[in-house]
Design a protein around this ligand. Structure first.
Ligand SMILES: Cc1cc2nc3c(=O)[nH]c(=O)nc-3n(C[C@H](O)[C@H](O)[C@H](O)COP(=O)(O)O)c2cc1C
Length: 175
């Protein structure tokens, strides 16, 4: 797949079939993330790949740190599951030396979305880290002092690929 094709094919996938994601694929997605541009090339960035039992612990901690009024949005098969059954979650964090971390996060996340697409995996932006990274969440992520999670990317094999959404928006050429 070439780059332009990959960009057009990328979509957010929110249904995962439980198959484990190979380590080489996770490495490749992280490498793509680390190749993103960042403001002033500030590289105070950590990608934390969470799998296995730690992902269950993170799910419980996230449930606690989120207002209960939000829980219904994350229910799946009668259980709270904020990553919708994915087997791997990549959390993007920036430290205090980072310049424009929110913008950097967008670049890192899009690179990782595209890498997942190329590798035949589904992925979805998980924004809850931005607002609900409690001490317990940070502890489960083994976050270094001052490092703050900005987003997570759920990654996995999917049951069905959703229909792409309409992508409207204006393009204006001026001369
Ligand atoms: C900044 C940002 C935050 C997002 N947060 C979430 C989220 O918390 N949960 C979710 O399911 N999707 C989230 N998304 C995915 C968007 O809903 C999705 O990109 C959008 O609906 C367009 O669909 P597409 O990705 O399939 O093109 C987020 C996307 C962005 C760029």
């Amino acid at each position: 797949m070439n780059t332009l094709e990959c960009i057009k094919r990328r979509i957010s996938v929110r249904n995962f079939n439980g198959k484990e994601v190979e380590r080489e694929k996770l490495d490749a997605i992280c490498e793509a993330g680390l190749n993103a541009p960042t403001a002033m090339n500030s590289r105070d960035i950590t990608l934390t790949v969470v799998t296995g039992e730690r992902l269950n612990r993170l799910n419980s901690a996230m449930k606690k740190s989120m207002p209960s009024s939000m829980h219904p949005n994350f229910m799946r098969d009668g259980k709270f599951d904020f990553v919708r059954g994915c087997k791997a979650l990549i959390v993007v964090s920036f430290g205090t030396k980072s310049v424009l971390p929110e913008q950097n996060t967008g670049c890192v996340m899009e690179n990782m979305y595209l890498a997942a697409t190329e590798l035949g995996l589904g992925a979805c932006w998980i924004n809850q880290f931005y607002d609900f990274s409690s001490k317990e969440v940070l502890s489960i992520l083994c976050a270094e002092k001052g490092s703050r999670p900005y987003a997570g990317l759920s990654v996995g094999y999917y049951y069905v690929l959703p229909t792409p959404k309409q992508r409207d928006g204006k393009v204006v050429f001026l001369d």
